[in-house]
Design a protein around this ligand. Structure first.
Ligand code: AMP
Ligand code: MG
Length: 396
């Protein structure tokens, strides 16, 4: 059975990355992945300008005038000012261009009016004070983002400031989501004996949408290979096929059987807890399939551990993973063997991150997620930890 790292490596080597792209305006690019390098079209700032409301002057004039200068003219935002008359200061506002001849700005709070036609400027004002230099942030032509970057709202604001109107991004992958199980009923229907309300399909659809996929609801199928086979008839047209349930070794576990027929299974178990019965493979030249376990928590954990990195890799990008050290708030003992992800509550206290293992770690206990804001990761050979010991956590 593969370890987590081996299983993730197997996925990453088998992902067939996106080759379809499209150009979209910035307002529609949030969460999308850049398909090309993005370079600045302009310098930022585009011209020397003032960081304050105040007065622009020449530091040489300041030194030779004992700080007493008349004020002539004004530089305001949105237009080019005339040249600074030698021996004078110019009124200026935040973001307005520094007039030719000026090299320094004195903020208005530091200026005194001495009654006459001159103003007094502090003589110890350093040259270049409160001046934002052209290009001190980035230069025209400078590479801002590499291909594969997942564009955030901040990134798009930056690109807008850099004069970019549209970006080339990878087309959204199409993902089919199917739940399997004779016992599954949609909420809103009455529950007959032996039935349960279905939850994995919704979680998977919503997580895929949050990642930027075009998620297609394939519904729920019974534990019948023929039904699943019929549903997956055209599955090779999707980029991702994600099933839940039917992947362990029970008599009704049909998913593996059907995927073995229509595609190629790369692995079908991983040494992790929860989520051991998880399978990955490919169907045709395009589709990647993940058979996630049926237990709701296993389904969520395996989505994070396997589907997310594959999704990033599909976009020519490496998934950012944030693992932090924390101090255990309670004891946890177990039998070593599998890498384990414990639902935990994380908080900071006196400058330290604390992690409490929550009660209710059964993989069916979705209720525990109410209190969960992270996982504690335990390595395979570990038999647990005591309160006060250092643990690894993955904030959610
Ligand atoms: P399976 O992997 O099909 O053996 O299912 C393992 C457990 O997860 C069983 O208790 C199932 O009833 C439950 N289960 C399977 N699919 C779902 C689902 N879509 N939503 C909620 N629970 C499920
Ligand atoms: Mg089942």
């Amino acid at each position: 059975m593969l370890t987590l790292q081996e299983a993730q490596a197997a996925i990453l080597t088998r992902v067939r990355a996106a080759d379809r792209m499209e150009s979209v305006p910035l307002a529609r690019a949030c969460g999308r992945f850049a398909a090309h390098a993005l370079n600045a079209a302009v310098d930022n700032p585009a011209f020397d300008n003032s960081a304050m409301d105040g007065y622009a002057l020449s530091s040489r004039d300041l030194a030779t005038s004992a700080g007493m200068l008349p004020v002539m003219g004004e530089s305001s935002c949105g237009s080019a000012p005339r040249k600074l008359t030698p021996g004078t200061a110019m009124r200026i506002f935040t973001g307005a261009p520094l007039p030719t001849g000026a090299d320094t700005v004195v903020m208005q709070e530091d200026v005194r009016h001495d009654g006459g036609d001159r103003m007094h400027f502090p003589q110890d004002t350093p040259t270049g004070n409160h001046v934002r230099r052209r290009g001190d942030d980035f230069r025209a032509g400078e590479p801002l983002y590499a291909p594969g970057r997942r564009l955030s709202a901040f990134d798009l604001a930056l690109l807008s400031a850099a004069g970019i109107a549209e970006v080339s991004v990878y087309a959204r992958p199409r993902a089919l989501v199917v739940a399997t199980g004779d016992e599954l009923v949609a909420p809103g229907q009455p529950l007959r004996p032996g039935q349960i309300y279905e939850s994995n399909r919704l979680a998977t659809l919503l997580q895929l949408e949050a990642l930027g996929a075009e998620a297609v609801d394939g519904g729920t199928v019974h534990d019948d290979p023929a039904a699943l086979r019929a549903l997956l008839k055209d599955a090779g047209d999707y980029d991702f096929i994600i099933t839940s349930g039917g992947a362990s070794v029970g008599d009704h576990d049909l998913v593996k059987q059907v995927f073995a027929e229509i595609g190629e299974i790369s692995f079908w178990k991983a040494r992790i807890k929860p989520g051991k019965p998880v399978a990955f493979g490919r169907v045709g030249a395009r589709a990647h399939f993940f058979a996630l376990p049926g237990n709701p928590v296993s389904s969520l954990v395996t989505f994070k551990l396997f589907v997310e990195p594959a999704f990033y890799a599909w976009h020519h990008c490496q998934q950012p993973v944030l693992e932090l050290p924390a101090i255990a708030a309670n004891d946890f003992q177990r039998r070593p063997g599998r890498m384990e992800f414990l639902r935990a509550r994380l908080w900071s206290e006196s400058g330290e991150l604390k992690a409490e293992v929550l009660a209710g770690q059964g993989s069916h206990q979705i209720g525990t997620l109410r209190h969960t804001n992270g996982f504690i990761r335990i390595s395979e050979d570990s038999s647990g930890f005591a309160a006060g010991q250092r643990v690894h956590v993955l904030p959610l």
